[in-house]
Write a protein that binds this ligand. Structure first.
Ligand code: GRG
Length: 302
């Protein structure tokens, strides 16, 4: 696939999900709601409609396209997942967690508004994600909606992202073993990415074999995402020699690139790209975009 086609498609994916998110997160109340507080909605939009890469939505849309899911289903699942991702970033930026002032080049939600607004914006995004997935507009098939909601809950919850964040906070007080680091990362960042890749198979009621194949593909992409993220951090910390904060240094000790070095990490990323290609091989050219996304995740510069 040509670079230009890939980037155009990523941009189109992002634009279509952002248009739906803007609609779903507008000030206008939906049926079943009593009212939408304008300041809460403004805080929510500040945390969502602010220029993320929309990687997870693109993975959902492309896995859905591979299995022939209706576009509306794919877009709504992508939007639901991005709401959960944005909630996690808003809460992660709070003083009780990572204590960050900027995100995606703008003030974090608690800086632009206040801490209570950021907590409530995150809570609301987590909740609306399930409302979006569970609504009949997602698909008329109730059992597929239930499967999507279940998988989304498992990815976001105790055994997924929230549990991974808890382990990550523990890592600030003690050195984790390599096995613990791998588990933490599979949960904290891997679980949502795995869901994104599996979503197309779930949304179309694909065979168990297809679902498991896409689940493994998602694990591989999640691992590559984290390794690349940690490698970018390691090389930018080295470039800013000694400018890393104590918190950055504590986190840096808990990554695979910091344990094994840059050459090992690059070799591992190469292996993961190969595994991703092997997993997608049965789908042939139909999986070209997912293949390109796996490579992009492993090689991206930001
Ligand atoms: C608060 C329950 C809870 C969980 C937070 C994912 C997470 C758990 C925190 C994010 C911390 C962080 C910056 C981790 C590094 C990897 C990561 C998830 C980066 C952000 O994802 P991108 O690069 O971001 O896809 P954009 O802005 O493009 O959406």
């Amino acid at each position: 696939m040509q670079d230009e086609d890939f980037h155009n498609r990523i941009r189109a994916n992002a634009a279509s999900v952002e248009a739906l998110l803007a609609d779903l997160l507008s000030d206008i109340s939906r049926p079943g709601e009593i009212a939408r507080p304008p300041r809460l909605m403004a805080a929510i939009r500040h945390g969502v409609l602010n220029g993320g890469k929309r990687l997870r939505p693109s993975l959902v849309l492309e896995s859905a396209a591979l299995f022939g899911a209706p576009k509306e289903t794919a877009l709504r699942v992508a939007a639901a997942l991005e709401c959960i991702h944005c909630y996690s970033l808003i809460h992660d930026d709070l003083p009780a967690m990572d204590d960050d002032d900027t995100r995606r080049g703008q003030p974090t939600v608690h800086k632009a508004f206040d801490e209570a607004a950021a907590i409530l914006a995150g809570d609301s995004l987590l909740t609306i994600a399930f409302e979006i997935a569970a609504a009949p507009e997602t698909t008329a098939d109730g059992s597929i909606r239930a499967s999507l909601v279940l998988a989304l809950a498992q990815a976001a919850g105790i055994g997924g992202m929230a549990g991974g964040q808890a382990l990550d906070l523990e890592a600030e007080t003690r050195q984790l073993s390599e096995a613990e680091i791998i588990t933490l990362q599979a949960m904290k960042t891997g679980a949502l990415i795995r869901f994104a890749c599996e979503a197309g198979a779930i949304a179309t009621g694909a065979s168990e074999a297809d679902r498991l194949r896409m689940r493994r593909f998602g694990e591989v992409v999640g691992l590559a995402f984290q390794l690349r993220d940690d490698l970018l951090d390691l090389t930018s910390d080295a470039a800013t020699l000694g400018k890393a904060t104590g918190k950055d240094a504590a986190r840096g000790k808990g990554t695979l690139p910091s344990l094994h070095g840059i050459a090992w990490t690059q070799a591992r990323l190469g292996e993961l790209i190969e595994e991703a290609k092997t997993l997608l091989a049965p789908y042939g050219e139909k999986a070209a975009m997912l293949r390109a996304l796996a490579i992009y995740v492993a090689e991206r510069e930001k």
